[in-house]
Design a protein around this ligand. Structure first.
Ligand SMILES: [Zn+2]
Ligand SMILES: [Zn+2]
Length: 341
């Protein structure tokens, strides 16, 4: 089968012929129908993160929806032809975080597309307990984006920032995750202010129901957000960019008791003044990945029509590298999807 292989940082991805994975007793072979092309892959290419225990080369791709193609002897819950999405964490199930339902923080975590071969391929194998059934109503394309994209956003907003009905949520950086965050926030009755530097992204935010949008290249974001919220500021800021400048405008926009939750990151430093943190009782938080429960929740939202991720582009395996470069330059509106065959 064809697979997109990562060798090392700074080296282009290679499309190669590899063997179809062999499954074990409790594993499932999934025929990949759609794989989300995620910004995180750029972190590999740029050397910001490295596969920390996997061997290279590695097939990337961690946002996977597909069809069960084969099951191991011990697998009961799934059969050939089932539509599924893949929870890309393969947790140990034994450590204190796994036992506490926080498998995203597992002490011995494997991750498909990070330490194990991923979904930029015709087939991927995974443990059966990482699969969530995908309702017929939800397309494979949406399903793929529901994994890391929506799961991580849901985790950040609900589990970490504790966003509540009626609160103002500022979304800093309105790409694929931003669009999903907006829909999740609206489904629970929060009011969204979208911030980006690209007008077309802000138009999209308005279409999806943002109460206000701000072009950060043209205005003082903090000041605008305060004006829009009767001087109070945002209750929650979802930081999806992680540059020094965006994180500064996030803090400038945060109201008293505000929670800033960081999801997007670069190597930039966060500069917060303790005086401001203390006098405002800010909570500065961070959120990594998502749990299987989060994935089940967002699949449920999608089934009820509350969440439909914006899939703007479909490409073959050969175009993943250039699509990632487009993502780097901020040229992709919503999410791009790879379709292996
Ligand atoms: Zn991702
Ligand atoms: Zn664990």
């Amino acid at each position: 089968m064809k697979a997109v292989r990562f060798y090392k940082a700074g080296m282009p991805l290679r499309v190669e012929e590899v063997d179809v994975p062999r499954i074990g007793v409790n594993e499932v072979l999934v025929k990949v129908k759609a794989a989300g092309i995620c910004h995180t892959d750029l972190h590999f290419l740029d050397g910001v993160i490295a596969p920390w225990k996997g061997t290279l080369p590695l097939t990337l791709g961690h946002e996977i929806a597909g069809e069960v193609s084969d099951t191991g002897r011990g697998v009961r819950r799934f059969r050939k032809g089932d539509r599924v999405v893949v929870y890309n964490g393969v947790p140990c199930g034994k450590c204190r975080f796994c036992k506490d339902g926080k498998e995203n923080l597992c002490m011995d975590l494997d991750q498909i597309g990070f330490t194990l071969d991923g979904g930029y391929a015709e087939f991927v194998k995974t443990r059966a307990d990482t699969l969530v059934k995908l309702p017929n109503k939800v397309s494979f394309e949406s399903g793929a984006v529901l994994t890391c994209g929506a799961g991580a956003t849901y985790h950040a907003l609900l589990d970490i920032a504790d966003l509540k009905q009626g609160e103002y949520l500022m979304i800093n950086g309105f790409g694929g995750l931003g669009a999903v965050a907006l829909q999740i926030a609206r489904s629970m009755g929060a009011k969204v202010i979208a911030v980006d530097v690209a007008d077309e992204k802000l138009v999209e935010a308005e279409r999806l129901g943002a109460v206000a949008t701000i072009n950060a290249a043209e205005s003082n974001v903090g000041q605008k957000v305060k004006e829009m919220t009767d001087g109070f500021g945002a209750n929650v800021v979802l930081e999806l960019v992680g540059r020094e400048k965006t994180m500064q405008s996030a803090l400038d926009s945060l109201g008293k008791t505000g929670r800033m939750v960081i999801v997007g990151y670069t190597k930039d430093q966060l500069k917060a003044t303790p005086l401001h943190m203390v006098t405002n009782e800010w909570k500065i938080l961070a959120s990594v990945a998502y749990t299987k429960k989060d994935l089940e929740a967002v699949v449920g939202l999608a089934e009820r029509g509350k969440l439909s991720p914006l899939v703007s582009m479909k490409v073959g395996l050969e175009q993943i590298e250039e699509t990632l470069q487009g993502l780097r330059e901020g040229k992709i509106l919503g999410r791009a999807i790879a379709q292996p065959v």
